[in-house]
Design a protein around this ligand. Sequence first.
Ligand code: ADP
Ligand code: MG
Length: 705
Amino acid sequence: MQTITLTTPIYELPNVSRLHVEKLEILGVHNVGQLLVHLPHRHEWIRAQSGLGDLEVGVIGSAIGEITATKLSGYGRKKRFQAVLMDETGRLELVFFNQAYLAKKLHVGMHLHVQGKPTRFGPGLQMNSPKYSIVPFDEAQNLNMDQEDEYRPVYPASEGITSEQIRTIVRTVLDQACALLEDHLSEPYRKERELPTLGQAYRMMHAPESEADVASARRRLAYDELLMLQLGVHMKRAHLRRTLKAPPLARTPEINERILARMPFALTPAQQRVVDEISRDLALETPTNRLVQGDVGSGKTVVALDAMLLAIAHGHQGALMAPTELLAEQHYLSITEMLKGSSVRVELLTGSMPSSDREQVIEQIASGDCDLVIGTHALVSESVAFHSLAVAVIDEQHRFGVEQRAKLRVKGGQSAMSNCDGETPHVIVMTATPIPRTIGLTIFGDLDISTIDQLPPGRTPVITKHVTPEKRSTVYHWVNEKIKGGDQVFIVVPAIEPGGKEGAVRDLRSLKAQLEGGELHNCHIAALHGRLKRETREHIMHRFRAGKIDCLIATTVIEVGVDVPNATVMVIEDADRFGLAQLHQLRGRVGRGEKTSVCVLIGNPKTEDGIARLKAMVETNSGFDLSEKDLEIRGSGDVFGTRQSGTPPFKVADPLKEFELLEMARRDAGHWIGESPNLDRPEDALARRRLLKAHGQWLGLGDVG
Ligand code: ADP
Ligand code: MG
C-alpha cells in the first residue's frame, strides 16, 4: 500500500470511488486526518453468531437456521412475507414487508444467516427485515462459531454514503494514520491520568474491541476538548492580568456609608454577599471580570449601582449598558430617582436621541462632566470615549444581539467601552438567564460568578396557567374583572401587525382592535412596541405607572426592566412561540407587589418542545430550575449558543455529564498555564499549536505571547 500522511487527500486513497469522495467532502472530510476526526456518533454492539435460542430482545445478533415454513399474506402493495427459522436451540420468526419477491427466493429447507435486532413476538422472538444471506447446505454443517462480539462504529452518514461504507474506508487507513498522530501530552502526564495516547484513542474509537475501549477513547478525546478550551481561557486571562491595569477602588467606611444612604431599602443577604464579592474585586488593580446572575426581580440593579457609585466616589465614572432603549430609559428614571439630591451627574445615551442631545452627552462623557451614564449599545460606538471609566456594567447580557455581543467581546472579554487614556475599566456582566454551573465553568474557565439566589422580601409567587386558544374570550372576561378591581394588565403578542404568513400569529394591532370592541371595551388600553418614538414610549410607561392605563398590549420590548408593582396579570398570546428564558422574563414583569399575580399562557403548542416549555412554566417559578429544564429540552449545544456566538462546540465532551473530567481539565490547565503562561516551552509547542488552531480566533489569542 502507498504511504499516506494525515494530509493525503482521500481521492488518492485506493478503493475509494469518485462518488464516495464527493460525499465525504460534503461531510467536511477531505483528507486522511479529517477522516480520522470524523468520529462515530455511537457504537453498535453486535453479538457473535449464536444459536437462535440465545438471541436476546433488543440486542443485535446473528444466527443461522433452517427455514421450516413460509407464508405470503396481504394484498396489493401491502404484501407481507413471513418465514420461520429453526435450529436445535430455538425458533425465530422473520417478517419482511413489501418484498413479495422473497416468496420466490426463500424456500423451506434452505439455511439462512440472519442479522438483526429481535423483538418479542408472542412467546418467541421476531426479526423485522433482518439482513440475511443464504448459506449453502455444506457450509451450514460446519458453522464458524468462534467469531467474536463486535462494537461496530456508526458514523454520521449522508445521502449517497452509508455508515458502513465510511467504516470500510476508515479501516483501510486507520493503522497507518493512527501511528502518525503525535501526542501533545507526555507519557508521564498521560499515565498519571490513565489516558491512552491520541493514536490509541482514535484507533479504539474507530475499531474498538470492547466497550471499555470505547469508554477509554471517549474519555481521552473529551478530556482533550475540555483541556484545550480551558488552556485557552486561562492563557487569555493570564495575559490580561499581566498587561491590563484598572483603577483600584477601595471601599472605605466613609464611602460605604454614603452609598448605603442612597439605597431605598436594606439589601437582602444575597445582595449583600454579591456586593462584598464585587467590592473585593474592585479593590484590586487587576480588572474585574465578574458575572452576576440572579433571577428576574432578584434586585441586580442596586448591586450594579453600588459598584458604579464606588467608582464615582473615587473620582471616576460608571456606565450601565442595557440591551434595549426601553430598559435604558427605565434604569435612567429609577436611578435618577434614587440619586435625587446627590451631586452625581447622570446622563442617558441612546441611539434614538436627537443628534444634538447625543453629541452633548458624548462631550460630557469625554470631559468628565458626567459621572454616570446609562445607555444602550450606543455606549460602545466609536465616537464615545470616557474621561475616566472605572466600572462598566452590562445589564441583561443575554439579551444583546449576536453582533453586539461580538462587539462587546472585542477586547477579549474586557469591556469595549474605552477610556481616553487607554485605562481599563472593571467589568461586571449581569444576567437573569442563569448559567448552570457546569456550563459557566466550561465557557468562562475561572471567570468569577456571583449569584443572587434570593428575592427581596414581600413578593408573592406568580400563579401560572396554560389555556388553549378556545378559552381566550373567557380569559379576557376575567381580565376585565381584574381591571375593574383596580389591577393592571400586560398582554404580550409575538407580532406588531398581521403577518398573513402561514402559521400566522396573534398580532398587536388586531388584538387591540378586537379587545377594544369586545371583552375590554370599557378599559383603557395602550400599545407599546419598539417602533414607537422614545417620547411616546416614555409617555405611555409614565401613564401606565401612574395607573392611567389599565392594560398594556406589547411586544417583547417589555421583557426586561419594566417594574410596575400594581400590574398583577400577564397574558402571553401564542406562548409556545417564545423560548423558555423569554417566557420566564415576561412572567417576571408581574409578581412585584404584595397582591397575588397570575400569568396566563395562551397557546396550542404543536411541537413536543413547545408542550414541554409550557409545562415547565406551569410547574416552576424558579429561573434556575427552568434553565436546567431548558438545557434538557434543547440539549447543551444550543445553550452554548454555538451556532450564534462561535463558542466552540464539543464533539465528544458532554460537560453536563462529565463534570469530573471538566474539573480535572480545569485544574490541569490552571497548573499548566501557571508554569508556562504562553505555552512557549519546546515541550508545549504541539499543544500550543493545536490550541491556537481550535480556539485562537474566538478567544482573540492571536496577539498573545
Ligand atoms: P432584576 O434583578 O430583575 O434586575 P431589579 O433590580 O429590577 O431586579 O429589582 C426588582 C425590584 O425589586 C425593583 O423594584 C427594586 O427596587 C426592588 N428591590 C431590589 N432589591 C430590593 C431589596 N433589597 N428590598 C426591597 N426591594 C428591592
Ligand atoms: Mg434588571
